[in-house]
Design a protein around this ligand. Structure first.
Ligand SMILES: NC(=O)C1=CN([C@@H]2O[C@H](COP(=O)(O)OP(=O)(O)OC[C@H]3O[C@@H](n4cnc5c(N)ncnc54)[C@H](O)[C@@H]3O)[C@@H](O)[C@H]2O)C=CC1
Ligand SMILES: NCC(=O)COP(=O)(O)O
Length: 350
């Protein structure tokens, strides 16, 4: 990619009955956003026209056949489908679920083919997207499969980063899913991401305990003593700056998180409740560990306010900025860590 080119930022449109389209369009209603990237929405002209009219959003856009035709300085729409869909704000419909997946699949294809540099996903409804050819609890797992990598759900905001050991699984399955191997993998992804994506050379990571008070020496569950503590020690001995397990209940309230570059929570709500509470609607969901960059706002479809023009686009805007920043950080990291001997060899041979 040439220095002067703007980053091509693909957007999957999510559930058209939710607030995803609204927050994406409101983000680019601010024309200054086009100075940072070239947005490419995967949806259809008719869908975007309908939403923009319903919500009174003042934008013009450029319809294209595929992402390679996108123009800088414009909001580009790839026509993934032609027909005008039935938009039923606030309703979970089969049609909206199917279109959300069509949009996501087209955007991921473009990401894999290099037609877009980064992907920002608008929220989907995890229930109506389920189909014979799509059986995933969310974007994170789908992307891990498509990009053939191991992922980490990594929630990031100004000065606060929270990753998850386990994400979209039922609470009853959490304890047995947490194994030494899983912890090693997730810590490794988090450490690498902090270095490569966030420019932190020697990151410090805190692990939260699974049980109340991290089990209180085995009085309230044995997992913290038997699984977490030995792996933390093992990783620390090998040079990773990982600490814990910390009692989760008081960790954020006592500001202990400020001593670390990132926190690894044992399960979804243990991490996301403090994250969403502290990040005040400006949090971003980043999928770490993959060869491509994907972010999303930290919220869902918010059906109850859909179509009313009340949705706050701050988190979506932050998702755009984070995707751009991570992409740039990665390019810089690659450049800095390139083998200089190899570079010399190519020069001589040429
Ligand atoms: N990345 C994704 O695709 C995500 C999808 N979801 C899905 O969204 C659906 C609804 O999930 P909920 O747990 O209800 O969370 P939600 O984030 O949709 O809503 C929670 C509360 O926050 C409000 N809210 C959310 N975003 C807002 C915004 N931008 N501006 C103003 N108010 C906002 C809602 O009105 C509601 O009161 C579920 O199907 C869930 O699976 C949830 C989170 C992320
Ligand atoms: N709680 C985060 C969430 O639901 C988003 O999941 P994903 O679609 O990013 O996998």
């Amino acid at each position: 990619m040439e220095e002067t080119q703007k980053i091509k930022l693909g957007i999957s449109i999510g559930d058209i009955n939710g607030i995803g389209c609204e927050v994406a369009l409101k983000t680019f209603e601010d024309a200054r956003m086009l100075d940072f990237c070239t947005p490419i929405l995967f949806a259809s002209n008719k869908t975007i026209s309908q939403q923009k009219n319903d919500l009174g959003i003042d934008i013009t856009f450029n319809g294209v056949r595929d992402a390679s035709q996108a123009l800088e300085g414009k909001i580009n729409i790839v026509n993934v489908w032609k027909e005008a869909p039935h938009i039923e704000y606030g309703q979970a419909t089969k049609e909206a679920g199917a279109l959300a997946i069509q949009s996501l699949k087209a955007a991921v294809r473009a990401l894999k083919d290099g037609e877009i540099d980064v992907l920002v996903t608008a929220p989907i409804n995890k229930n109506n997207i389920q189909a014979d050819d799509f059986k995933f609890p969310g974007h994170t797992d789908y992307l891990a499969q498509e990009l053939k990598g191991e992922s980490l759900m990594f929630m990031v905001a100004d000065g606060l980063r929270v990753g998850l050991l386990t994400d979209h699984i039922a609470v009853k399955d959490v304890a047995q899913a947490i194994t030494a191997k899983l912890i090693r993998n997730k810590v490794a992804i988090m450490e690498k991401s902090l270095q490569m994506d966030f420019g932190i050379r020697r990151p410090k990571i805190a692990l939260l305990g699974i049980n109340p008070h991290s089990g209180d020496n085995g009085t309230i569950g044995e997992e913290d003593d038997k699984i977490l503590k030995p792996v933390i020690q093992e990783l620390f001995n090998k040079g990773t700056l990982v600490y814990g397990p910390y009692s989760a209940d008081s960790f954020f309230g006592s500001n202990t998180h400020q001593n670390f570059d990132a926190v690894l929570a044992a399960y979804h709500d243990q991490g996301l409740i403090p994250f969403k509470t502290l990040s005040f609607g400006k949090g971003v969901n980043y999928t770490a560990g993959l060869a491509k960059v994907r972010t999303s706002p930290d919220h869902g479809t918010a059906y109850e306010i859909a179509g009313k023009g009340q949705a706050d686009e701050s988190s979506f805007k932050e998702a755009v900025f984070t995707a751009i920043q991570v992409f740039r950080n990665r390019m810089e990291y690659m450049e800095l860590t390139k083998n200089p001997l190899q570079k010399q060899k190519v020069k001589r041979g040429g």
